[in-house]
Structure formats: C-alpha cells, structure tokens
Design a protein around this ligand. Structure first.
Ligand code: SAH
Length: 196
C-alpha cells in the first residue's frame, strides 16, 4: 500500500516535468535555429537518447512493472517524503529556469534566431542551472523510488551528459558571445554556486 503512495508521488513529479517541457518544446517549434547543433549534431541526438534510456525508461519500468524490484533498498518513510519535497522544489526551479531562458532554450545545443545571453535571474550564479536542477532530480528520484538501480542509470546518464555537453555548450556560447561570455564565466560557477 505505501509503495503505491510513492508511485503516485513519483508520477506527480514526472507529470510536472513533462508538462513544463512540453510547453517549452511547443514554443521551441515556433522559432528557428541559426546554427543547428553545429558542434556535433550526431552526438547531440545521442545525448537526448542517452537521457531517454537513463531517465525515462527505467523510471517508467519502476512505475509500471516489478522488473526493477531487485534494486529496492530500505529507506524510512521520512526520507522518501523528503525526496519528494526536493523533487517538488526542483520542478518549481525547472519551470523558473525555462521561463528565464525563454526562447533561447533548446533540447539540443544550438544558437537560435535572436539568441540573447542570459546572465541574471536563475543564471546569476551558475552557468547551467538546468543541469544543476537535474542533479536535484537524481537526489529526489533516488529517495522517492528507493531504488539503487535507477540511481545508477540516472547518475551514469547525467555524468556522461554533463561531462560531454558542458564543454561543448561553453564553446558554442564563447563563439557566439565572446568577451561577454568570458566575463560571465569569471563571475560564475558551472553547476554549484560558489563551489564548482
Ligand atoms: N546549460 C543551460 C541551458 C540548457 S538549454 C542550463 O543548464 O541551464 C541548452 C541551450 O541553452 C543551448 O543550446 C544554449 O544555446 C542555450 N544557453 C545556455 N546558456 C545560455 C545563456 N546563459 N543564455 C542564453 N542561452 C543559453
């Protein structure tokens, strides 16, 4: 019975995430790119696939099948609820970050028509708040599902994505915004304010 409650909490987070994403994805389709994934188009598509298999597929398996039951670990109710609270907070940020980035957002790396450099709001202290937010998902989903296998697929997927994508993305931004981005880099961290 309690497991069903955690499934509902996890589903609520997934629905919130997709709701936000789908809205911006729809907006994205009405504007255009200047440089379409110019750095590594094939790799960018692989990144989207990677996240699909690391995040969505095992998440749905946990939710709808018993196939991942071997990965369950014992976690007190309080910890799992705390995981949901972290998740709810991260989805609120996910929305705010998308709103701040507006039409500059894209699912793959590219420069949009009328791209502007955002350096304030959610982008004031870190250059990749959306990726930082995904680290909160990792914490949240690990605790809510209490499943180490999901934690493993998600952390592996995120690590590969961040290690490959952040340098590519910063190169793209430096090419486009030059000195302005270099200054911004001096004032900010990548993912964790004041630390990294
Ligand atoms: N890495 C960022 C944005 C992810 S969306 C984050 O984690 O919040 C990816 C797109 O955002 C890229 O195609 C890039 O062109 C754009 N982008 C990244 N940083 C930006 C910024 N500071 N201002 C405007 N666009 C940015």
């Amino acid at each position: 019975m309690t497991e069903l409650i955690y499934k509902m909490l996890f589903a609520a987070l997934v629905i919130a995430m997709n709701f936000i994403r789908l809205y911006y994805q729809k907006r994205y389709k009405t504007t255009h790119a200047v440089t379409e994934a110019e750095i590594a188009p094939k790799r960018e598509k692989q990144m989207v696939l990677l996240m699909f298999f690391a995040l969505a597929v095992p998440g749905m398996m946990w939710l709808f099948t018993g196939w991942l039951s071997f990965g369950q670990f014992a976690a007190p109710d309080g910890i799992r609820i705390a995981g949901f609270v972290v998740g709810a907070y991260s989805m609120w940020w996910f929305y705010r970050i998308h709103r701040t980035l507006g039409d500059n957002w894209s699912p793959i790396l590219e420069i949009r028509v009328e791209h502007t450099l955002i350096i304030s709001g959610t982008y004031k202290r870190v250059r990749h708040p959306m990726y930082s937010d995904m680290l909160l998902w990792l914490v949240s989903f690990t605790l809510v599902t209490a499943n180490w296998f999901y934690a493993l697929t998600l952390s592996t997927g995120l690590a590969i994505m961040l290690i490959i994508r952040i340098p590519d993305e910063e190169r793209l931004m430096l090419d486009r915004f030059g000195e302005q981005y270099r200054d911004y880099m001096k004032r900010t961290k990548r993912l964790i304010p004041y630390i990294f």
